[in-house]
Design a protein around this ligand. Structure first.
Ligand code: SF4
Ligand code: SF4
Length: 505
């Protein structure tokens, strides 16, 4: 029977033995140990070959964009506020130029739920695409540190040979230079992280002022630098496989409909080298598939796994193995996609990606949380006010026959402008006066505290406790109405008329 399938090109890919040996791992016992550990639990260093292909190219462009945003982010300001700042020390947070305070904890909690639900949906649908394409750890490791390593030490094979070679001037120079560059980059990343925590202004002060004034800040700078250097120079893929909770969590949400980087075993098995003159039909008749067992997909893997063993926790969906296998398939003149983005179901049963009931359910929850989050953001006042009766203070009669109560007021200005604030009684006739300076000016992003006296005539009191509403105004606009109580004298109930007792006859 004639076959319409294309025949392999003459230049078949390199022999599999070479690449299996290059990675020096027995892939048959993958379930018994991590790819990055030998049977004694000792670390196996991964010398990942540099991928080439359309996905790697796209990842390079994506990484440029995301890394630029990451490094420039702390210096971008919206309305004078940082784009993103998580200042745990002073408990001030900025997201997209809006300042948030600990009092906005509900918004933070809902935002965290939106984030978590979004991750669950995203992971359920697209697996660990986040890890391979957008996670700062992967981007910095694969697109910055790994590329520097290729530039200084050469490709994976040369790196392996250099590591095995005895110490020489060339080896010392290359290693020292690489680690110096790694340390410098770690210092830069540490500064960037610090600027997200304390703000870029504070970071610049630490850098430009006397070190003696900023010993604590410099200490953290050095600590972060050492941590990043350890991660990118030594720890590497172990951060994804051992430490990152997201990697563990994904196994709980992936299912057979999730899109993952997957090997099409129906098309690929049985594996085996492709003889130069072997027609496709003859290969099929011999029970052989398209996988030529060249291990190209393994040698590019930064976590050292063999994707042909199925979806594994160590896979960060970086797509390097897709590029590697596509290159092999091109050379064999076979269709690309032996390793591709696909769900387990689509490989087993055919068909395209479909939205499952689980995804729809998560989507409904996410939509509800987003609506709640937007409602909280839109109803968030620019001034947060805490209005409390002064602790331990009782009511006082005034000289003009009225009763006065004293209150403590805390005003938090969440905006980037100074705000003149006015307080007014809303529901009772009386007098509200600010003690000290009567004009309350709350500086931008600051907290102001003052005391307030409220004087009411006994005729407006409704008992020992009278509900009072206080309006908070800024620039003649009412921002909030607060409820408090006014304490007055206890009014005695009217004495009932005495009942005349008559003596029994
Ligand atoms: S899946 Fe592709 S790259 Fe991997 S061994 Fe088979 S043919 Fe080679
Ligand atoms: S198996 Fe493929 S997608 Fe997964 S980490 Fe390795 S190279 Fe990346």
């Amino acid at each position: 029977m004639m076959t319409t399938e294309p025949q392999p090109k003459k230049d078949t890919p390199p022999a599999p033995e070479l690449h299996a040996a290059a990675q020096d791992i027995n892939w048959g016992d993958f379930r018994d140990h991590l790819a990055t550990a030998d049977k004694d639990g000792k670390r196996r260093w991964i010398y990942a070959r540099q991928p080439q292909g359309r996905y790697y190219q796209a990842r390079t462009y994506v990484s440029w964009l995301l890394l630029a945003i990451m490094f420039v982010g702390p210096f971008i300001r919206i309305n004078g506020n940082p784009l993103l700042m998580i200042n745990i020390v002073t408990r001030r947070f900025a997201i997209l130029g809006k300042i948030f305070w600990p009092q906005d904890m509900v918004i933070f909690a809902v935002a965290a739920l939106v984030f978590l639900t979004g991750i669950i949906i995203f992971t359920t649908a697209f697996g660990r695409l986040w890890c391979g394409w957008t996670c700062p750890q992967t981007l910095l490791m694969e697109m910055v540190f790994r590329k520097i390593e290729y530039a200084i030490e050469g490709d994976a094979q040369t790196q392996r040979a250099l590591a095995a070679a005895p110490w020489s001037v060339d080896k010392v120079v290359r290693k020292a230079f690489k680690h110096a560059v790694f340390f410098g980059l770690s210092f830069l990343i540490s500064n960037t992280l610090l600027s997200y925590i304390i703000g870029s202004d504070a970071l610049i002060r630490i850098i430009t002022e006397s070190p003696l004034l900023h010993l604590q800040g410099l200490g953290f700078m050095l600590l972060f630098t050492l941590v990043f250097y350890a991660i990118f120079a030594r720890f590497r893929e172990q951060a994804c496989t051992f430490i990152c909770p997201y990697g563990r969590f994904q196994s709980a949400v992936l299912d057979e409909n999730t899109l993952v980087v997957a090997y099409d075993r129906k098309r690929g098995e049985g594996r085996g080298p492709w003889r130069r003159d072997e027609p496709v039909a003859a290969r099929r008749a011999a029970g052989k598939g398209d996988c030529v067992d060249c291990h190209q997909c393994v040698t590019v893997c930064p976590t050292g796994i063999d994707i042909r063993n199925g979806t594994q926790m160590e896979c960060v969906n970086c797509t390097a193995c897709i590029d590697a296998c596509d290159t092999v398939m091109d050379k064999l003149n076979r269709p690309r996609g032996l390793v591709r983005f696909a769900s387990q179901n689509s490989i087993e049963r055919g068909g395209d990606f479909r939205i499952t009931a689980r995804m729809k359910g998560y989507g409904v929850v996410l939509a509800g949380l987003i609506a709640l989050f937007l409602m909280l953001i839109l109803s968030r006042t620019s001034i947060e006010t805490i209005f409390l009766r002064a602790p331990g203070a009782l009511f006082q009669p005034t000289g003009d026959g009225r009763i006065e109560n004293i209150y403590t007021v805390k005003l938090i200005n969440k905006t980037a402008q100074d705000l003149p604030v006015e307080l007014k009684l809303e529901n009772v006739a009386g007098e509200l006066s600010v003690m000290g300076d009567p004009a309350i000016l709350v500086p931008k992003e600051e907290l102001a505290e003052t005391s307030v006296l409220i004087k009411l005539a006994p005729s407006v009191l409704t008992g020992a406790r009278t509900e009072v509403k206080v309006g908070v105004y800024a620039n003649h606009k009412r921002l909030a109405v607060l409820n408090t109580t006014f304490i007055g004298p206890r009014t005695e109930p009217a004495t009932p008329p005495a009942i005349e007792k008559t003596a029994p006859k």
